[in-house]
Write a protein that binds this ligand. Sequence first.
Ligand SMILES: [Zn+2]
Length: 62
Amino acid sequence: MLSFKCRDVGFDCDYVVVEDNDTEIIKKVMEHGKRDHNLNSNDFTPSLIDNIRSKMQKVEDN
Ligand SMILES: [Zn+2]
């Protein structure tokens, strides 16, 4: 499992997502960004996606 905090890429936001893999996290983060930060698909540049990936943290499965 991986987790990602929206705050880690600079938003003043408490959104946290936990998913099985990075692809699912990117999908959820894009939905969140569009819904809560007025972003659109063009705002998710390759460098932002890389930044999001670099901030993901491993979560131990229980
Ligand atoms: Zn957010």
